[in-house]
Design a protein around this ligand. Sequence first.
Ligand SMILES: [Zn+2]
Length: 134
Amino acid sequence: MPTYEYRCLDCKRPFEVFITYADYGKVPVVCPRCKSEHVHRRIGRVRIARSEDSRLEELATDFGDPAALEGLEEDPRALGRMMRKMSQELGEEMPPEFDEVVDRLEKGQSPEEIEAALPELSEEGGLADDSGDF
Ligand SMILES: [Zn+2]
């Protein structure tokens, strides 16, 4: 059963729901926290290319702890933990790839290894829809 990620537009919290393909679009999705139906399906992509480093620093600065970034390049696990914590506390829209990246970071993989393992992360333009059977 696929997992769909949503974000509540009322209480701003992200959440996941499990819906069968048959039910998707038919059953109402409500926020598990405040029961609002004012929810938004989360789409988007996260990239961990070097161009994103500045954004990470911005996030850390917003987070009030720029020093938290020090040493993280040598410590993927700490980076993964920080990314997870930031995504949770900021409630930002994070696509499924984000969790994959964080999982790999927490297993000790370097950003370079993760980019090599997930080449789609560094593609521009998002979803490549060349399957033709849409
Ligand atoms: Zn809510």
